[in-house]
Design a protein around this ligand. Structure first.
Ligand SMILES: [Zn+2]
Length: 297
């Protein structure tokens, strides 16, 4: 069913050429590669391996790639070596669209029902690898069919390292906050979309509270484009509540940013050892990928 809908969507959406098609099978392979590399927790081997892989794959596709390497001292006093990676298409075009995802994974499965597993790092198949695979595949499609606007793909580090409790958020959203503090002079993308946990099977994606409050026109653009692509069953035009995520520091820096996050149907596996590749669906990635490309053309 999902395949039939996807095929129909491409056929009636004339601006999307064959070259611009989102290759969800390839994206699934990139998701699996990241999980197989091990936890992308700062300081662990999988973190370095995936950073190097991602930079290499992006350099082969984007017009330019910039790496922001920086150190972060945690609440516990540890120093983390972090990397944001930014892939640019049409870098001199003043009209730009920014897509964001986090590529790091969480060091603790604190929500796992089995308390003996709660200090293990999560596999991060949906929470980390799905968004990274999505945007790498967007880069691949833009290499084959260059966009008509400037596009920046920002892969942030250190999103998921520490506590999200309101009074102790020093060690989360680290890369997004670093990027927000070091914006290029005059950098004002037309809009920005954060893609987080976008591969869940049979997922429903609700409008997010901070996005509706601070960039309602971007929510409208994304959800109405989803409707045009016959993705109304996945993209529900209802407020799903507030989620603290990488879009918040970008909004605070004046960027019209929203969060596209498939949280509701993923609650049971979120921050558990069950966030594994079998929970990620090629059909979901295909649909979200088609939307991500349609918004750029
Ligand atoms: Zn997470």
């Amino acid at each position: 069913m999902a395949t039939l809908v996807a095929a129909g969507g491409i056929a009636c959406h004339g601006s999307q050429s064959a070259a611009q098609r989102f290759d969800a099978a390839q994206a699934m392979g990139w998701m699996r590669y990241q999980v197989a590399a091990g936890p992308r927790v700062p300081g662990q081997p999988g973190h370095r391996l995936v950073a190097e892989w991602l930079e290499r794959e992006l350099r082969a596709r984007a017009d330019s790639v910039e790496v922001q390497a920086f150190a972060h001292v945690t609440a516990a006093g540890d120093t983390l070596a972090l990397r944001n990676i930014i892939a640019r298409f049409r870098p001199s075009d003043p009209n730009r669209i920014l897509y964001v995802t986090h590529w790091d994974t969480r060091p603790e499965a604190e929500k796992d029902p089995d308390s003996s597993k709660r200090h293990q790092p999560i596999p991060g198949a949906n929470d980390g690898a799905s968004g990274t695979a999505l945007l790498l595949e967007v880069a691949d499609a833009l290499k084959k069919a260059p966009p008509a606007v400037g596009v920046d793909l920002l892969f942030v580090d250190g999103e998921d390292y520490g506590s999200f409790e309101a009074d102790s958020m020093k060690d989360v959203l680290i890369g997004a906050r670093y990027f927000a503090r070091h914006l290029p002079t005059g950098y004002r993308p037309l809009f920005a979309v954060l893609w987080d946990m976008v591969g869940g099977r049979d997922q429903q994606i609700y409008e997010e509270g901070y996005s509706l409050e601070r960039a309602p026109e971007v929510v409208e653009r994304v959800w109405s484009t989803a409707e045009e692509l016959h993705l109304g069953a996945m993209f529900r035009p209802m407020n799903g509540g507030y989620i603290t995520d990488d879009h918040v520091p970008l909004q605070e820096a004046g960027i019209r940013a929203i969060d596209v996050i498939g949280f509701e149907n993923y609650r049971a596996w979120h921050h558990t050892m069950e966030d594994t590749p079998d929970k990620v669906s090629e059909a979901s990635l295909a649909d979200v990928g088609r939307l991500a490309l349609a918004l750029l053309h």
